[in-house]
Design a protein around this ligand. Structure first.
Ligand SMILES: N[C@@H](CCC(=O)N[C@@H](CS)C(=O)NCC(=O)O)C(=O)O
Length: 216
């Protein structure tokens, strides 16, 4: 099994999950660099040149949600999935895919702040996307009230999907105003598999991106 990964992108979900599952895998780590992702070599793996992509024997898969479902089905004994017929199956699927709903807003903010030169940035996009991100994160409050993880049955791959989005989203939304969510993020980020999936030497930048962002 081989994961194609760029640090801190959505492929961190798969990297973290592989480590939670404790299965052996090979890693191709690439810089988040368009010429690398668009190279002929990588486009032979993923025609659009995006991450993550996972190969397992003859199978090549992209889309982090699909990869999550595949891995949990392939290793059911690890308990991170909820198989068909399980009482938590549909809630599990819902949260796996909700991770993407959260990350599109954070991704739009990263694009504005890091890839678009400041004169071309849109304050409207920054405001709308940050508001929508805050609302999406806020939705977790009710679920986490009295519960440590998204599912009452305990930690699952759904927490990995949403957890990555929260990790990225916490650059733009102060979690202190949502204590249940802040505690959840802390709980997830203390997991050894999460920590091992951060780039080597990673440390939270002072003020993260939030201060720069709040100044806008
Ligand atoms: N929905 C896809 C999104 C994949 C995706 O867009 N990944 C980003 C990194 S977070 C990427 O590879 N971007 C490169 C590009 O847009 O050219 C998934 O969850 O895997």
């Amino acid at each position: 099994m081989r994961l194609y990964h760029c640090p801190e992108t959505r492929s961190m979900r798969t990297l973290w999950l592989l480590r939670e599952l404790q299965i052996p895998f090979d890693l191709t780590e690439m810089p988040f660099d368009i010429p690398v992702l668009q190279s002929e070599t990588y486009r032979a793996v993923h025609a659009l040149g995006r991450v993550p992509a996972l190969t397992d024997g003859e199978l090549t898969l992209f889309e982090s949600g699909a990869i999550t479902q595949y891995l949990c089905e392939r290793y059911p004994d690890r308990g991170l999935g909820r198989p068909p017929g399980h009482a938590e199956r549909y809630a599990w699927l819902q949260w796996i895919h909700f991770g993407e709903t959260m990350v599109v807003h954070a991704g739009a903010l990263v694009q504005q702040l890091h890839f678009i030169p400041s004169p071309q940035r849109s304050e409207t996009v920054l405001k709308i996307e940050s508001r929508r991100l805050r609302k999406a994160i806020g939705m977790l409050t009710t679920v986490l009230d009295g519960q440590e993880y998204l599912l009452a049955g305990g930690f699952s791959a759904a927490d990995v999907s949403v957890g990555y989005s929260l990790h990225l989203g916490s650059r733009f939304v102060r979690l202190e105003s949502m204590p249940e969510v802040a505690a959840y993020y802390r709980r997830l980020s203390e997991r050894p598999a999460f920590r091992a999936s951060l780039p080597a030497g990673w440390h939270r930048p002072i003020g993260w991106l939030t201060e720069e962002f709040e100044a806008i």
